[in-house]
Design a protein around this ligand. Structure first.
Ligand SMILES: [Zn+2]
Ligand SMILES: [Zn+2]
Length: 96
């Protein structure tokens, strides 16, 4: 409750230090999390046998940020819904 998912501590697979989900980079193949600096230093995924070729922001964080970014629009939709903005009730158009 009240915990920011972006701050959930993960472990960097390279230096084994904590890394905040918001700051972490994830292998695009196995989602191993690393500090951006560690990923840069390594140049590749530290997981044995992984063929990951690149880095992406943590998937989970990306999704949660997407939801957070959409929240104002969802709220706006509810406001418009309550105001009947979606109804085909344009005055003067539906009368005979
Ligand atoms: Zn690290
Ligand atoms: Zn990997």
């Amino acid at each position: 409750m009240g915990q920011d998912p972006g701050e959930r501590p993960l472990r960097c697979a390279y230096c084994h230090d904590r890394v905040a989900g918001r700051d972490a980079l994830a292998c695009d193949a196995c989602w191993t999390h690393l500090h951006p600096a560690c990923a840069e230093e390594l140049g590749r995924c530290p997981t044995l046998g992984c063929r990951g070729a690149g880095w992406a922001p943590s998937k989970r964080v990306r999704w949660e940020e997407l939801v957070r970014a959409a929240a104002p629009w969802l709220a706006l939709g509810e406001v418009l819904d309550a105001a009947g903005a979606w109804g085909p009730t344009e005055p003067g158009l539906s009368s005979p």
